[in-house]
Design a protein around this ligand. Sequence first.
Ligand code: BGC
Length: 362
Amino acid sequence: MKRIIALVMVVSVFLFVGLQAASAAGVDVGIVLPTKDEPRWLQDRARFESVIEETPYSVEVLFSQGSSAAEKTNVETLIAKGAKVIIICAHDAAAAGIAVESAKAEGIAVISYDRLITGTDAVDYYVTFDSVAVGEAMGQYLVDNAAGKGNPLYLYAGALTDNNAFLFFQGAWNILQPKIADGTFVIKNSVQADNLKDIKDLTRDQLATIIGEVTTDWDMNVAKSKAEAHLTARTAADKGKCYILAPNDGTARSIADVFAADTDVTEYFVTGQDAEKASVQYIIDGKQSMTVFKDTRILATDAMNMAIEIIEGKTPETDAFYNNTMIEVPSKQSPVIIVTKDNVKEVLIDSGYYEAGEFTGI
Ligand code: BGC
């Protein structure tokens, strides 16, 4: 009998210690971001961290390092730690669907962050910038800086696995297509875009055909070697003053460097987005023409507030719906700001987003 009592005591102590450990390691809100290797997502983590300091809830941020398998493991880790809400920015929009279905099966709410997870009904909310507006701002910038006819246009896109790449390209095409049709621009590096140049409203499959051809995979090295190959394949007559649709800041910098190094390129206009520090310096130095500033302070705050509302049993406010090919996902959408040399100080320094000391020549 004594033995049984002793055993029960030992087991209870184990159980108690075990439960304590589980609750100490538990998280209320789990955040999964695509990679640490791009400044954009480190910015988001930093913004999340400052929001987290203010909340009484426990939060854990994990990175998937560009791997769908790691992304799935991250979601499983957060499920095991008892997360009530998972905020996830998918590495691969379709593959992440499977990961979040297991969260949904456990009754965990899923917020798609910045990139929409597609092909599943396991997404409860989407917190995003207006990504079509991002592409439109890029297209408009190029149009506003072009005069006359026959201006050489080089198109680049994001990764096919990222739903945003479609929205950005669609937005840019909305503005550029009429100006390609009227001869203002001539596409120099995409057979597929040229084949579709008379169609304003491209289907998803048509967009995928173009993006597949001019994708950078969101990778600076891919962007660099594609731009090099494109310029090598072209003669001086296809260069001169060039207009370049680059999908984000990292790829913009590497494409800009390639164009700057070509002696047949006399001037170039190149777009970007994210207001990464290195690109802000490029803009100050006149090496990148513009960026689309997406204030990650707003996005991280919106996502955390949404998570807290869900934990507290409230219904978060939304202002848009995004179709993820399976359902219409209730979404909260934030506006974007165009930044050029003219307003870089006002938008990024005076607003406290960055400090003047982080740049030279501002
Ligand atoms: C984001 C961009 C980012 C890109 C590459 C997109 O989904 O919206 O801000 O530059 O991914 O990481």
